[in-house]
Ligand binder design. Structure first.
Ligand SMILES: *Cc1c(COP(=O)(O)O)cnc(C)c1O
Length: 346
């Protein structure tokens, strides 16, 4: 299939020129210049200047680590903002549709509703894989986006690469692969396939493995062509100065991130072993993420019992294909110890 982005971008976005802010017009931050262009307070307190609207330092480092160009990166106020921008760039309200694969991350549906875009839901198969035939059957010329969350939340598994590959080759719109949990998985990131698939967007976040949910930093990787379209509608100062600084420090500190991920994976295995022995646990789903989905005898009861012992988990029972399931996020070794103790006592 030949890919032409102009068939996918909304008409109003095609016509748009990006808003040019004061800091866009003058980029040479490093020179010793007098900045009297943006009506800022001139007295330095670390954040008196507007932040870099293109987040050059942070994008430069991310691009270096992922071995792509900085022009293939777009940053947002969490991946939730990035996902919203993708909707607004490609989906005509009331006309276009998107496809989601429940049980999955709830924000795709919320964003479809807020953007007034039809959400066509194609359930995962019983083994929590995409139903490729059905997805391609329900897709039509107005299907602009397909959301693939891999590793998937709440099921925890990464989807089979050959299934994703077929979808990338055959889906008529853009395939968004949400890799919020990729750092906990043995499967490879799809970022390395960007040059192969012009219709691919990969989103990642600093909220999970990087331990920075509080700063709100979401990442979008795609072709330069797709990124330049989304850039047109991005609010100029969507990533604040404190976030840019914190994020860069963290991304540069590869050792700490790696060590925390290793510890979480060790704890995940330990929890898995214990869950095998718990009598009310009926099934433990394999996990490529920092959580484990478990089928129990009575999810509402077990959820309440854990809550009474001061442990908050997520009851996922209302999700399709997730009857009587609970989702446990992996905590620190001491949190895990407490959880294990409580589970054994129940
Ligand atoms: C947690 C999570 C995110 C993170 O969103 P942020 O807005 O970046 O915090 C994205 N996608 C999935 C599937 C998640 O579970």
């Amino acid at each position: 299939m030949t890919f032409n982005i102009n068939n996918l971008v909304r008409e109003n976005v095609k016509k748009l020129k990006p808003y040019s802010s004061a800091r866009d017009e003058f980029k040479d931050f490093d020179k010793d210049m007098v900045f009297l262009d943006a009506n800022e307070n001139p007295y330095n307190n670390g954040v008196n200047r507007y932040p870099d609207p293109q987040q050059r330092s942070l994008k430069g480092e991310l691009a270096l680590q992922r071995q792509i160009k900085a022009s293939q990166v777009l940053l947002g106020n969490g991946s939730d903002e990035v996902l919203d921008l993708i909707y607004r760039a490609f989906c005509e309200p009331k006309i276009d549709n998107i496809i989601t694969l429940p049980p999955t991350y709830g924000m795709y549906k919320v964003l479809a509703e807020t953007n007034d875009v039809e959400n066509r839901e194609v359930l995962l198969t019983e083994d929590y894989e995409p139903d490729v035939t059905e997805i391609l059957r329900v897709a039509d010329a107005n299907s602009k986006l397909l959301f693939i969350c891999s590793p998937n939340n709440p099921t925890g598994n990464a989807f089979k690469a050959d299934k994703i590959e077929i979808l990338l080759k055959s889906f008529p719109g853009i395939v968004v692969i949400d890799e919020a949990y990729i750092d906990f998985s043995e499967s490879q990131t799809w970022v390395s396939k960007l040059s192969e698939y012009p219709n691919l967007i990969v989103t990642q976040t600093l909220s999970k493995a990087y331990g920075m949910a509080g700063i709100r930093l979401g990442i979008c990787y795609a072709s330069e062509e797709i990124i330049s379209v989304i850039n047109k509608i991005k609010p100029p100062y969507n990533v604040n100065e404190l976030t840019q600084k914190k994020a860069l420090d963290r991304v540069l500190d590869k050792e700490s991130v790696k060590n925390e991920i290793s510890s979480i994976l060790i704890e995940r295995s330990a929890l898995y072993e214990v869950l095998l022995e718990v009598n009310f646990v009926q099934k433990i789903y394999p996990s490529d993420a920092n959580f484990v989905l478990v089928k129990v005898d009575n999810a509402n009861l077990r959820y309440q019992q854990l809550l009474d012992k001061g442990i908050v988990i997520r009851n996922r029972s209302t999700q399709p294909l997730c009857e009587n399931t609970l989702r446990f996020t992996i905590g620190t070794p001491s949190e895990n110890k407490k959880l294990i103790k409580v589970l054994k006592e129940l």
